[in-house]
Write a protein that binds this ligand. Structure first.
Ligand code: PCA
Length: 324
């Protein structure tokens, strides 16, 4: 009798447990950038929309600023199932596959319009590669255009020689080598610290990251050369995605579509504001000399040629589609 009651009790406990599990799926979402960054704000809204549209069945906890996994570890975390979903900067992984680096070749696609065209041309190839590693792309949002931050004035690339150059992906390291600077990979979350301790004094990124990292304390010049617009992708583990019920899956996909649209819009609109904040904090901001621009464009040609060699026929197909 006692045994019967116990097993009955266990059975109902199991039923109850399963019901709870079904009732709420809890996901962790690591990101690499700070809470006030526009990508992160967009992600927070995305997570809130997923929760409400799924009727509370899917709850995503956002861990910003590299707090759960460092920015460069997030892809592997989602791939390995330590996180169900995460935000990655796709060009950070171009050593794994050259296709991932196409959006950070200088002057290949350097306006929002061109960045959109390049994403349209490279989306399928990117998705296919991530799918092979068990991930789906939920949405993509570009950073504002990339310029050069420097502690001293830069007129030509010769002035970059010997600079302690902060890199955030393989292409930014390669650019450093081509201009004779010393590349040091530093994630955005550690940039303020790296500047304060003198580890770096020069780097290419957006006005957004310059603002987030309050770089004006060490760095006085920003050359708004608008060289490329790298993208952050929000990726989900295919296994975690497939395990959701249909309504949660739909909630996720719909919130992702809205986040993508919102993200492109905010990135475009907020860029000017970010530039103004640099000026307001005492930085000198200009477009860079014609010579500097031409030299960077030549580096872009070199990188494009290298990239085509590495990416082969798939790379050529992406460039052909982009140039159409
Ligand atoms: N900010 C990120 C990547 C590109 C950007 O604008 C960073 O500097 O790490």
């Amino acid at each position: 009798m006692l045994k019967k009651i116990t097993s009955l009790g266990l059975a109902s406990a199991v039923t109850l447990f399963c019901a709870t599990v079904q009732a709420q799926e809890k996901w962790d979402m690591p990101t690499g950038y700070p809470a006030a960054n526009f990508h992160t704000e967009n992600i927070m809204q995305f997570a809130a929309e997923v929760e409400s549209a799924s009727g509370g069945k899917l709850r995503i906890t956002v861990h910003d600023g590299g707090s759960l996994f460092k920015a460069n570890e997030i892809k592997r975390a989602v791939q390995g199932g330590q996180a169900q979903i995460g935000e990655i900067i796709i060009s950070g992984y171009s050593n794994e596959d050259p296709v991932y680096g196409v959006d950070s070749i200088p002057f290949l696609a350097n306006s929002y319009e061109e960045a959109r065209k390049l994403w349209d041309a490279s989306k399928e190839a990117t998705q296919a590669r991530l799918a092979k590693h068990g991930m789906k792309v939920l949405y993509a949002v570009p950073w504002p255009p990339q310029g050069i931050f420097s502690s001293k004035p830069i007129n030509t690339t010769a002035d970059l020689k010997g600079a302690k150059w902060r890199a955030y992906n393989p292409n930014t390291s390669r650019i450093a080598q081509l201009v004779g600077a010393q590349p040091v990979t530093v994630q955005a979350a550690e940039l303020t610290q790296a500047l304060a301790t003198g580890v770096v004094n020069t780097f290419m990124t957006s006005a957004a990251t310059g603002y987030d990292s309050k770089v004006w304390e060490q760095v006085k010049y920003y050359y708004n050369v608008s060289a490329w617009l790298p993208k952050n992708l929000v990726v989900v583990s295919t296994k975690a995605f497939d395990a959701l019920d249909e309504s949660s899956r739909n909630a996720l996909v719909q919130a992702a579509a809205a986040a993508e649209e919102r993200g492109w819009k905010t990135s475009t609109e907020k860029n000017q504001w970010y530039l103004e904040q640099l000026v307001a904090n005492g930085m000198q901001v200009d477009d860079g000399s014609a010579e500097l621009q031409a030299q960077l464009a030549a580096i872009g040609e070199t990188l494009t040629a290298d990239w085509l060699k590495q990416a082969g026929a798939d790379g050529q197909a992406i460039l052909d589609a982009f140039k159409q």
